[in-house]
Design a binder for this molecule. Structure first.
Ligand code: NIG
Ligand code: FE
Length: 398
């Protein structure tokens, strides 16, 4: 047993509030939090534990980055320049760039090369406190390369964090297919083998005028359901396609982006318990002006998560802390909503109920920060106050 004591705990216990405990302590046993509370109220079993003094530092749950495209070849900095010269994300995609250009680079990269690049990116996320990471496929768009991406994603768990993998073959139409329906049929056929190989935790799709229609996404979701896999959706990022309603009808874990989400979509998500994953990095980088309907989501009680959406095109950020700040500045989330979004609600967007709050019974995934109050994490940007990150009770290098 190990006892961390003498810090400010932001437990995020319950459905709202910081759950602050001044001069708090965490008792950890077997990778789980056995007890969390004030030092003054330590339980008797804490007596024999190895003690780590927190020295007044701030402790929060470990960060959960619930939406990334971390595994890929190449980069798309040239598209950044094209957008500065006036091209839109959709223009670039329609001209064969965008996702398709990363598909070409990813197909050309071997497994070792993909792993080396993804490892550096995951280490950057870890340095800012990430303890749980979701990684999507979707830059292979053929059976072999999708499998390679997912294998690489799984290997990242060796860095000392939980990795959840998501099958996103319905991301773009690959060049060898002329017909999107034919491609969707193929992508549905590849899924069972990948699932049998233990490479898939959830299934995602990109529902958009530059990607796939709700009818096509519905076929992908049916294939997921046949295997008992949960679904997620890139929904209403550039236009309202009714994707949120479709995803909710499949009891999706999350709908992500959501700038063009309609009132009917909000209600459908609320009814299904679907998490709204907001991605301020993509909103910022694409200079979007249409805000996701935050007030309506709040009013309907839809849980809000935030994530980096790390990818080489629309959101090439590796800073979850910057996302906390952007979620507040760009989307007007409160710092508490933003931190819940990157912890307990991010976990919920992955179907994980066992982490994201510093309460007894949860996994001992937490971050120790140089700070006195959790709102400081959202107020700063371009600064990393992480002192140490503890994943499953193991003290790791910050
Ligand atoms: O979440 N919107 C679709 N997919 C990614 C972007 C992928 C890319 O541009 O490579 C996103 O923003
Ligand atoms: Fe994405």
């Amino acid at each position: 047993m190990k006892l961390w004591r003498g810090g400010v705990l932001a437990t995020l216990a319950g459905d709202s509030g910081w759950g602050l405990i001044d001069d708090g302590a965490l008792l950890v046993d077997g990778g789980l939090i056995r007890w969390a509370g004030a030092v003054a109220a330590l339980p008797p079993e804490a007596a024999g534990a190895e003690v780590v003094e927190l020295g007044g530092a701030l402790v929060t749950p470990g960060l959960v980055d619930c939406h990334t495209h971390l595994v890929y070849g190449g980069n798309r900095a040239h598209e950044f320049e094209q957008r500065l010269h006036g091209a839109s994300y959709a223009d670039i995609a329609k001209a064969g760039g965008g996702i398709r250009s990363t598909v070409a680079a990813t197909r050309a990269a071997g497994e070792a090369e993909l792993l080396a690049a993804a490892t550096k990116r995951a280490q950057a996320l870890i340095r800012e406190g990430v303890t749980t990471l979701e990684v999507k496929s979707g830059y292979g768009l053929d059976a072999a390369t999708e499998a390679r991406m997912l294998r690489v994603a799984r290997k990242l768990a060796g860095l000392g964090l939980t990795v959840r993998t998501t099958y996103l073959a319905a991301h773009a139409l690959p060049p060898e297919f002329a017909d999107a329906d034919d491609y969707i049929a193929a992508a549905c056929l590849w899924l069972p083998d990948l699932y049998e190989a233990g490479l898939v935790d959830a299934v995602d799709a990109f529902c958009e005028h530059i990607a796939f229609s709700p009818a096509q996404v519905g076929r992908v979701f049916d294939a997921a359901r046949r295997l008992g896999l949960p679904v997620k959706l890139h929904a209403e990022q550039l236009s309202d396609q009714g994707g949120a309603q479709l995803a909710a009808s499949h009891r999706a874990l999350s709908c992500d982006h959501l700038e063009f989400l309609s009132p009917a979509g909000v209600q459908a998500m609320a009814g299904a318990g679907t998490v709204a994953v907001l991605l301020p990095g993509a909103f910022y980088a694409l200079r979007e002006t249409q805000l996701p309907p935050i007030a309506a989501l709040r009013e309907a009680g839809v849980p809000i998560a935030i994530a980096t959406d790390h990818n080489p095109g629309s959101s090439p950020t590796l800073s979850p802390l910057l996302m906390l700040n952007m979620a507040c500045v760009l989307f007007r989330l409160t710092p508490e909503e933003a931190l819940r979004g990157l912890t307990v609600n991010g976990a919920r967007a992955l179907g994980l109920q066992d982490r994201g709050q510093l309460v007894a019974g949860q996994r001992a995934d937490f971050c120790i920060w140089d700070g006195a109050h959790p709102r400081e994490l959202a107020a700063c940007f371009g600064h990393n106050p992480l002192i140490e990150r503890v994943c499953h009770g193991n003290q790791g290098e910050a």
